[in-house]
Design a binder for this molecule. Sequence first.
Ligand SMILES: C[S@@+](CC[C@H](N)C(=O)[O-])C[C@H]1O[C@@H](n2cnc3c(N)ncnc32)[C@H](O)[C@@H]1O
Length: 177
Amino acid sequence: MLIEIFLLIVVVSIALSIVYSTIRFGISPMPSSKKAYQAMVTLIDETGSGTIIDLGSGWGNFVIPIAKRYPQRQIVGYEMSLLPCFTSTLIKHALGLKNLTLYRQNFLNANLSTASVLVCYLFPEAMDKIKNKLLLEKPGVEFLISNNFALPSWESEKVIHLNDFYKSPVYLYKINS
Ligand SMILES: C[S@@+](CC[C@H](N)C(=O)[O-])C[C@H]1O[C@@H](n2cnc3c(N)ncnc32)[C@H](O)[C@@H]1O
């Protein structure tokens, strides 16, 4: 009985923590779909060998396979939500991924100047803020790849439409190159 109560408290705490961060940051830590991941990898393959930063790395579903796939590239994830950030950090250490760095930090306050490629799966308001940050700080980022949400009034270099019900777009933007 005590174990059941303990497990219930753990499950409810996890659920509350996810609900809290979803309300606070405007999006849940839901990972990109397999199809979107494949499309993002296709686009990343065109971006050379520089550092890739995931803006909102969630549970690590994107940064962990990407760090394995590109061992010669530095991969960075910024994630504000406590539990997803903690979990992905545990997995990173368990797998010994030396080229992956994870920060529990708001990417809007981060220095993105080391990035060659920014990757994100966010929401329209966040895309607006990213655009303003890029215009204001001019961090020298070469590419931005966005799952589903466009960078407002910025012309994309390429769009892959997924083979799903919505023909969801994955955008590649040239920022500086
Ligand atoms: C939809 S998930 C995407 C996860 C992963 N990038 C993927 O594609 O599988 C978006 C994540 O962004 C995080 N997030 C939203 N705004 C953020 C911010 N300003 N700084 C850091 N993380 C943020 C959310 O907590 C959420 O976990």
